[in-house]
Design a protein around this ligand. Structure first.
Ligand code: ZN
Ligand code: FE
Length: 259
């Protein structure tokens, strides 16, 4: 089963690299240089490029990688992805050459209109690559979708097995924690995660992957059905919010303005 390695890029992106033997595949190769450095240092051959959505910090390295390795580029059918060879939508399954990993595709619009996620299983653990839709204790901004789209997409991800390892596109954990604690100051599990995440960042380690179980317990954007979250969102809105989409929309707007 493949090893999954974070390659930091730009200020806070992670390019996730899966390796098995001499083969490697990358998820969301926003920048080619750190990927090429890693592949050369480790004497690995690239076998696939996998893309969750069209933003430059997730696909910006595709062309340069394709100049060195002619490999399939898997990406969402409904978006423009540089070099894409395989257009994917929900229900599609792919097998990554040389890695021995099968991934199935979910449509998770909201951050972008065609955003997709990849679900697989490495050994005992299910895994998820979710780009900029679900973050540790946060979620992506709604650039091309409605609150209702995003709630539906996040529900799909929250329904995955609790032990699913969640590989997100950015290291946003500490900032997300600050906001999550403002919404839900009484959540003891959030305090626990804060201690752990601070220690990890002090050591220079990623706080990812997270798990679906941890996100269900701490991520305000997955907890819109909880009384505590609805009360906090209603207080912030200064009116009673009745449904989950309304609660989600309020905390998403609250987070956008949060400093
Ligand atoms: Zn993005
Ligand atoms: Fe991004």
């Amino acid at each position: 089963m493949p090893t999954i390695i974070p390659i930091p890029a730009f200020a806070d992106n992670y390019i996730w690299l899966m390796r098995e033997g001499n083969a490697a595949a990358v998820v969301d190769a926003g920048d080619a240089a750190p990927v090429i450095d890693y592949l050369e240092r480790e004497h690995l051959d690239l076998t696939a490029i996998i893309c969750t959505h069209h933003h430059g910090d997730h696909v910006g390295g595709n062309r340069a990688l394709l100049q060195r390795w002619q490999v399939p580029v898997y990406g969402p059918a409904r978006e423009t992805i540089p070099g894409r060879t395989e257009a994917l939508r929900e229900g599609d399954e792919i097998v990554i050459d040389g890695i021995g990993l099968k991934l199935s595709v979910l449509d998770i619009p909201g951050h972008t209109a065609g955003h997709i996620a990849f679900v697989g299983r490495s050994g005992a653990a299910p895994l998820l690559f979710c780009g900029d839709t679900l973050f540790a204790m946060g979620c992506g901004r709604l650039f091309e979708g409605t609150p209702s789209d995003m709630v539906t997409s996040l529900d799909k991800l929250a329904a995955l097995p609790g032990n699913t390892l969640v590989y997100c596109g950015h290291e946003y954990t500490l900032a997300n924690l600050r906001f999550a604690l403002a919404v839900e100051p009484g959540n003891a599990k959030l305090r626990e995660r804060e201690t752990m995440a601070r220690a990890q960042r002090t050591r220079g380690e990623p706080t990812l992957p997270t798990t679906i179980a941890d996100e269900r317990e701490t991520n305000p954007f997955l907890r819109t059905a909880e009384t505590t979250i609805r009360a906090a969102a209603s207080a912030h809105a200064d009116r009673e919010l009745a449904d989950r989409v309304g609660v989600f929309a309020e905390i998403r707007a609250w987070k956008n303005a949060f400093r």
